[in-house]
Design a protein around this ligand. Structure first.
Ligand SMILES: [Zn+2]
Length: 464
């Protein structure tokens, strides 16, 4: 049991002289120290009094690409998104499999050090598969990425991503000794429905109001580290056919889906006209097939018309969502990952955060990857954004990296709050004695991370 001067069990609540009683299986009780457990229970539990500390739920970074961690400091956004993307692809293509794997490990290390206990991870390169899955120190919703502008390759592209994911699901589990590589995919891995509990023969309509069944990947100890999803990369990098197949697949199987959408002006121009810097790049690099025609729609409009919103959806960025699209996202329960460091890196227009919050969009704050962000710390990302919207209360900000984020990743059943039945993912921040507004101190960067527990195991801080 942890005792602390302050406990934030959920955004909007603050307990003075609080305690959290937990085991590896999860939180048994959280509340005032005097109420948390019977004396008998307390006597049997190991009690650690943390003193002048604020305890919060573990932070969740809903959008990142840990694969790109070794890009840290190597790229510039000053010339715009497209030159950045070209530089990124050139560097990335030159990496060996080991460099790729080490890049993921670096991302895991930096995330853990920042107190992130869960990430929304985009998995684009097979060489990186399994590295994160194998690490028991951090949870992840791993979205395997799908891309390809050639219609005739659509089936093959989706199948390859699902096969990679299936291989990762079956191999690469934590062996208790740190990192192990996933078993390489066998050539004959069949294409199976990604959520085993949903029969493949179901029609789409039957799934409309299905409850999520999200307990697919628990390890032997009952602790769950990885959940999966798919990521059709972006409206400009998939053929219409492939995008539709991905969305249909997700809707049929109630899968979590993440798409980079409305991230740049260039994307908007390309989707409307087929031209602009992004069009030029896709043409000149040979990625865009001859005869390709622009949908002549705004990116979110395009996805909406394709039926996005039938399954849980996380929109990465949505920097250029307009008022109508924001209302639509709110009505479809879309979650949004606002990435302040990446937003600054590219010098985007002001983010429509206020409009999203007012419309009721589930907004989360994330970092994006180290290719366009200088941090993997969700709190640092949040602190960067906060001065721009000083009227939003501290609790609402905290929710963007805890409760909202858990919901965005389909993990609100276990993560994002401290209460009975939730996973024991928690953080301890030292605050000065006599501090009366510990949450403000935390968000001002004046509270030092002094301990972290994930799944009830200490991952940071003294006393190992
Ligand atoms: Zn991204």
């Amino acid at each position: 049991m942890l005792r602390a001067k302050w406990v934030v069990p959920a955004a909007g609540a603050l307990i003075r002289d609080g305690a959290v009683l937990f085991s590896r299986d999860g939180i048994i009780a959280c509340g005032r120290a005097s109420d948390v457990a019977s004396r008998e229970l307390r006597e049997r539990a190991q009690v650690m009094d943390l003193g002048d500390v604020l305890v919060t739920p573990g932070f969740i970074n809903v959008h990142t690409h840990l694969e790109l961690s070794a890009m840290a400091g190597r790229l510039s956004g000053a010339r715009g998104f497209v030159p950045w993307l070209q530089d990124l692809l050139r560097e990335w293509d030159a990496w060996t499999a080991e460099e790729q794997a080490e890049s993921v490990r670096r991302g895991v290390r930096e995330s853990v050090a920042a107190g992130a206990s869960c990430v929304g991870q985009i998995a684009a390169r097979p060489a990186a598969d399994g590295v994160l899955t194998a690490n028991g120190g951090i949870r992840a919703r791993v979205f395997h990425e799908v891309a390809g502008l050639r219609s005739e390759e659509a089936e093959e592209r989706l199948r390859a991503a699902l096969e990679r994911r299936e291989a990762e699901r079956q191999g690469g589990q934590n062996d208790g000794n740190g990192l192990v590589q996933a078993t390489p995919p066998a050539p004959s891995v069949p294409l199976v429905p990604s959520v085993p509990s949903v029969p493949a023969t179901r029609s789409e309509n039957e799934n409309e109001n299905e409850d999520e069944n999200e307990n697919e990947d628990e390890d032997e100890k009952g602790e769950e580290w990885i959940r999966f999803g798919i990521s059709p990369h972006a409206p400009y990098s998939l053929s219409q056919r492939l995008m539709r197949m991905c969305l249909d697949h997700a809707a049929r199987n109630r899968e979590w889906i993440c798409v980079h959408v409305a991230e740049t002006r260039e994307e908007e121009v390309f989707m409307k006209t087929g031209g602009g810097p992004l069009g030029d790049f896709l043409h000149s690099s040979g990625l865009l097939p001859d005869g390709w025609r622009a949908p002549q729609q705004r990116p979110i409009e395009y996805l909406a018309e394709m039926g996005l919103g039938r399954s849980p959806f996380l929109a990465a960025h949505a920097n250029y969502a307009n008022a109508r699209e924001i209302r639509w996202m709110a009505s479809r329960g879309v979650s949004v990952a606002f990435c302040p460091p990446s937003h600054r890196f590219f010098g985007h227009d002001p983010y429509p955060l206020q409009a999203m919050v007012e419309a009721g969009v589930n907004v989360c704050v994330a970092t994006d990857s180290l290719a366009s962000s200088d941090t993997l710390d969700p709190l640092t990302a949040l602190r960067e954004a906060r001065p721009l919207w000083p009227e939003l209360p501290a609790e609402q900000w905290l929710a963007m990296i805890t409760a909202n984020a858990a919901r965005a990743l389909g993990w609100a059943d276990r993560l994002g709050a401290l209460r009975r039945g939730m996973a024991a993912d928690l953080l301890a921040f030292s605050v000065e004695a006599g501090c009366q507004r510990p949450l403000d101190r935390l968000l001002a960067g004046e509270a030092q991370l002094s301990g972290a527990w994930v799944g009830g195991r200490k991952t940071l801080g003294a006393d190992g």
